[in-house]
Design a protein around this ligand. Structure first.
Ligand code: SAM
Length: 288
């Protein structure tokens, strides 16, 4: 395998292939092998596992995943990286490289095409391109294919927002949307110098354990997320004003706050998922 275990080696490898990292695609390549090994270990892989990897880049994480898993399906948008990726991964016959945009790829279809021999849920791993982190996590988490564990490198701030508890400044729609379907765990931070070129911000690795069922059962998911979004769009306002401003609730109408057992003067950012579900259900009933 080609040497990429230092920034100098990585840059010289890129040069040999006539490549320069594309900032627009979030190409910050990991070179610190101990970070790579920690990410791969966090996915708790066995040879029975299929991994979907997002953005293999130069393949350093892909190789660490392939050593542990039964199969790795790696989706990379940048065609120019493929000759180098193929060289780096030439010793691994359990890697399938797929050219594609992770915002559009049919992950269920990929699993059917490449991993029909594996019957269990898959695992998803990626040092994610930071320009699309949140929509990508939503797509992977809410996508209709079975997954049990997702391990991502993201900006540290995003990792904190995902794992945040009610009441803090980091708690928001992203926290609720992720926690609805998964149990998040902030694993460890990664400094910019672990990458080449280094990004402007600190990074962190987060683990999301998929729930069998959503964290709360709601009468109408669409209304639940409308209430959540309204509560955080006007996060400094009292709940009753936030819902009114979002045209979700009319003060002349039903007293949904009483039905839900929630004080209307509270701020939305203090509600946990159970309280959001009670309020959303009260609103759903009032609209019947
Ligand atoms: N996994 C490698 C590593 O850890 O060094 C590379 C990580 S780099 C932060 C992000 C990778 O995602 C790049 O290889 C980039 O080309 C790729 N990428 C960017 N946008 C993508 C997209 N929409 N779909 C798939 N891959 C994408």
């Amino acid at each position: 395998m080609a040497d990429i275990a230092s920034p100098t080696a990585l840059k010289s490898l890129l040069r040999n292939y006539g490549l320069t990292p594309k900032k627009g695609l979030g190409q910050h390549f990991l070179w610190q092998t101990q970070v790579v090994e920690r990410i791969a270990s966090a996915a708790e892989l066995t040879k029975n596992d299929v991994v979907l990897e997002i953005g293999p880049g130069l393949g350093i994480l892909t190789a660490a995943l392939a050593r542990r898993a039964g199969l790795v399906i790696a989706v990379e948008i940048d065609r120019a990286l493929f000759p180098l990726l193929e060289e780096i991964l030439c010793d691994y016959d359990n890697v399938r490289l797929v050219e594609g945009d992770a915002r559009k790829v049919d992950f269920g279809g990929l699993l059917k095409d490449y991993a029909s021999a594996f019957t269990g849920p898959c695992k998803v791993v990626g040092n994610l391109p930071y320009y699309i982190t949140s929509p990508l996590i939503m797509r992977l988490l809410y996508g209709e294919f079975r997954k049990e564990l997702l391990v991502f490198m993201v900006q540290k701030e995003v990792a904190k927002r995902i794992a945040a508890c009610p009441g803090g400044k980091e708690y928001g729609s992203l926290s609720v949307a992720v926690q609805y379907l998964a149990d998040p765990e902030f694993l460890f931070q990664v400094p910019p110098h672990a990458f080449c070129p280094p990004p402007d911000v600190a990074s962190a690795v987060i683990k999301l354990t998929s729930r069998q069922q959503p964290a709360v059962s709601v009468k109408d998911e669409e209304i639940f997320f409308k209430v959540v979004r309204a509560a955080f769009r006007y996060r400094r306002k009292m709940l009753r004003n936030a819902l009114r401003e979002a045209d979700l609730w009319d003060p002349e109408g039903d007293n949904i706050f009483e039905w839900a057992g929630i004080i209307p003067e509270r701020r939305g950012e203090t509600l946990d998922l159970v309280e959001f579900s009670r309020l959303a259900d009260a609103l759903a009933y009032s609209q019947e």
